[in-house]
Design a protein around this ligand. Structure first.
Ligand SMILES: Cc1cc2nc3c(=O)[nH]c(=O)nc-3n(C[C@H](O)[C@H](O)[C@H](O)COP(=O)(O)O)c2cc1C
Length: 421
């Protein structure tokens, strides 16, 4: 019987443990978590979602405060089209976040950045170009493009000196999306270094409609592998979404996947950026507590815990402070939903907006508890303590469990002295 450690992910001559810890914005997949994955010979992701806020929190910068002050005059205005990002500050914040993570990197693994294209920030092409270039300048090992079709993204950095040496990957949820990407990018003569196939059980935004339950990761991975074989394209395929045990991972590696990308199990790790009380919510959850809904203003369905404080919250849109989802005309689906609700409830101080959420504010405050479908199994991966809470795990423990476990076993941690009381 094989374990994940019997396989290697190959990039040219470089060999890695075939485990990627997926990007989880906003700073849920912290640099600490990514550094552990890299130290252990795999790949960790940080995320560039709302990087100015992340920089403020971690490096004592004041990007959000400065922007809020600049646009204070517009707070009560329903038209947000004047709210723009300062691209110099965006660069600086990215340098802080990426540069410090890369400087701290130890071991044989790599650190990639997860870049969600849907974070348009008013000048979609320009901000994406700056996000990507700044990450490359700051020394990131690779960029994973997510939440979009990525059709024009490689071209944005084709003149960057690192364009051909940095690892570039895309997340797709169908063979069609991959075909489209390859067709549109043929002229660049630059294939993706890896393709992550993300199935319907993943956390975060889904690349499926509300009929997600009709799809299955295995089938899509097989279709992608078959297509690449027919086209004689040698691109590593990475399976993601619902891979919960080392044996789940092996089943994909045996079918021809080059690696797996996992995330949910690391939400119970100490290195994960969620606040401690939120980690306990994830650990406590039962299957009925998890839903896929359409409250994300990105237009993609999103999976989350039903008791997320974000659901039904009616906060005033915070675009002057954040504004990461504003399109080229200053629109965001939450603004529309909020304005409708205000109009329907004149004079009401605290309204509830059910159909959309202010994703920027809620993700930034860790109040939108997005999660993978397997979250309800997290409680089986650790110990229940005398006070009813669950013991958190080290990222190394979870990583090693994926790497070495067989027969669907999950290694429980040792009871920690302090917690053993
Ligand atoms: C809490 C959480 C947040 C996530 N946020 C993002 C994100 O910001 N961008 C992204 O591309 N994927 C995101 N994902 C998806 C993961 O990167 C990963 O591909 C997927 O969840 C793997 O499946 P698993 O969670 O069942 O292991 C998130 C997943 C979780 C659990």
């Amino acid at each position: 019987m094989q374990c994940v450690d019997d396989f290697r992910l190959r990039f040219g001559k470089r060999e890695l443990v075939p485990i990627l810890v997926g990007g989880m914005g906003v700073d849920i997949s912290t640099a600490e978590l990514a550094l552990e994955a890299a130290r252990l010979g795999g790949i960790g992701h940080i995320s560039d979602a709302m990087v100015q806020t992340v920089s403020d929190r971690r490096f004592n910068t004041h990007f959000v405060r400065g922007k809020t002050k600049l646009y204070k005059y517009n707070v009560a205005n329903t038209d947000k089209s004047t709210v723009q990002f300062d691209l110099g500050e965006l660069t600086e914040a990215t340098h802080n976040h990426v540069g410090r993570a890369m400087a701290a990197k130890r071991g044989d693994g790599m650190i990639f950045i997860n870049c969600m294209e849907k974070l348009t920030m008013n000048s979609p092409r320009e901000t994406l170009r700056v996000r990507l270039s700044a990450g490359l300048d700051a020394g990131i090992d690779g960029v994973t493009l997510s939440a979009g079709l990525h059709l024009g993204s490689f071209a944005l950095i084709e003149d960057h000196p690192r364009f051909r040496d940095v690892k570039l990957g895309i997340i797709v949820s169908s063979v069609r999306a991959l075909q489209l990407f390859l067709r549109k990018n043929a002229r660049l003569n630059r294939l993706p270094d890896y393709v992550i196939v993300e199935g319907p059980l993943a956390g975060g935004h889904l690349g499926f409609g509300m009929d997600w339950a009709q799809y299955d990761l295995r089938t899509i991975v097989d279709e992608v592998l078959q297509y690449l074989k027919t086209e004689q394209l040698d691109i590593p395929v990475i399976a993601a979404g619902g891979v919960f045990t080392g044996s789940d991972a092996v089943s994909f590696l045996e079918r021809g996947a080059a690696a797996v990308q996992v995330a949910t199990r690391f939400t119970a790790s100490r290195e994960c950026g969620l606040p401690a009380n939120v980690k306990q919510e994830y650990l406590k959850a039962i299957e009925d507590d998890i839903e896929v809904n359409t409250i994300s203003p990105t237009g993609y369905p999103m999976r989350m815990l039903k008791n997320s404080p974000a659901i039904g919250d009616g906060i005033r849109p915070n675009c002057e402070a954040y504004g990461y989802l504003l399109d080229g005309k200053g629109n965001c689906a939450y603004i529309t939903a909020y304005n409708n609700e205000v109009e329907k409830n004149p004079g009401v101080k605290k309204i509830s907006v059910l159909d959309k959420t202010c994703l920027c504010t809620q993700m930034r405050n860790f109040d939108c508890w997005t999660c993978g479908q397997m979250t309800y199994r997290l409680k089986d991966t650790t110990l229940r303590l005398a006070d009813g809470s669950y013991q958190l795990l080290s990222a190394a423990h979870v990583f090693h469990d994926y790497q070495f476990s067989k027969d669907h076993q999950i290694a429980l941690p040792k009871l920690e002295a302090a917690e053993a009381g």
